[in-house]
Design a protein around this ligand. Sequence first.
Ligand code: C5P
Length: 397
Amino acid sequence: MLAGKRLLLIIGGGIAAYKALDLIRQARRAGATVTPALTRAAEEFVTPLSASALAAEKVYRDLFDLTDEAEMGHIELSRSADLVVVAPATADLMGKMAAGLANDLASTLLMATDTPVMIAPAMNVRMWEHPATQRNLAILRGDGVTVIGPDAGEMACGEFGPGRLSAPEAILAAIEAHFAEGPLTGRHVLVTSGPTHEPIDPVRYIANRSSGAQGTAIAAALRDLGARVSFVTGPADVAPPSGVNVHRVETADQMLHAVEAALPADAAVFAAAVADWRVVDAARSKIKKDGSGALPSLSFAENPDILATVSQGTARPSLVVGFAAETDDVIAHATAKRARKGCDWILANDVSPSTGIMGGSENAVTLISEAGAEEWPRMGKEAVAARLAARIAEALA
Ligand code: C5P
C-alpha cells in the first residue's frame, strides 16, 4: 500500500513514544521508507538506536551535528519526504507548530517543510482539554494539518479521557488513506453525522435514536475514493472511521461552529440527526425533585439549521447533500425540504419504526435532485454510502 512512499516521522517526547517504534515497523512492512527524527525529550522515552534499528535508516536528533548538515541539511530533510508524521505530537510540539516557532530540530523541520503534515496528539487529558491546546488544534487544522485522534481511554497518568495516542494501526490507516488515489483525490468533503445532545442540566439531555452508522459509512466511502474528509460527529454509537479528520461535538450549536471552521469544501454531506430544539437556559446544577410533586417545565429555542445555513451561505460547497428522515409522504416532504433548505440533493428515507432503518444496518433511500426522484433499492448502509460517494465523485468530476 505504501510502496515507494517516504515518511519523515517526528517522535515527540511523551510516554506514548514507544508506540512510534511500532508505527515504524508497521509502516515499513506496508512498504514505506521511514526516516525518524527524535526531539530531545523523545530520547528520554525511546533510544535513537531502537528507532534507527527498526527503520534501518539514519536517525536525526536534536543535537546539532555538522556531519548531518553536510550530508543533508534540515531544509532538504524536511522536504525529502512525501509526508511528515508527528507521533506522538505533544502539547509543546503543537504549541510550537501553531506559533511558528523553530528553536529545535523538530520545530525547524516542521516550519521548513512544504510536504503535507499529519499529527497524532498524545497528552494528559487536562492538557488536551486546555483552551490553549484546543486553540492550537484549531490553528493547525486551519493550516491544513491532518489530525489523527487522540483516543479516549485510561492514560498512563491514571486519568481517563481523550489524550491517548491513536493505535499505530489507526495512524497507519490514516497514512494509507492520505496516499489513496481515487476520483476524489485532492478534494475536500465535509460530513456531519450522529445525533446531537442538548443539555437539560449537567446530567440530562435531549437526544434522538441516530446511531451515526450512515454518516460514518459515507465518510469511509469518500475516504476510500481518495477524498480528504472532515467528519463532524455528535455522540454516536459507532466509532468514527480511521483516516478522516474527526471533530467531536455535542450540541447543534457546536456542530455549526465545527462545520463553519472546516469549510471551504468541495462537497458536504449532512447526515447528522440534529436536534431541532435546545433547552433555553439549561440548569447549571442537577434539577432536583423537591418532594412537593411540582414538575419542572422546560422552554425551548430553535437550533440553527446547519444544512440550510451552509446551503445559503457564502462558503457554500459546490455540491451540498442533505437527508430527510420522514415517516409519511416521504417524497413530497423531501422535495419541499430540498427547495426550502437550498441544497442540491436530498437523500430521503422512511424511518417509520416498522422499517427498522433508524439504528439498523440497512437503508432504503430516494435521491431527490433537480432532475427528480430516483429510488434506490433497500441495501446495507455501506452500499448506500458507496453509491453516494461514487455519485459525488461523478458530480465533482
Ligand atoms: O429539517 P430536517 O431535520 O428534517 O432536515 C434534515 C436534514 O437537515 C439533514 O441533512 C440534517 O443533517 C440537516 N439538519 C441540519 N441542522 C439542523 C437540522 C437538520 O443540518 N438543525
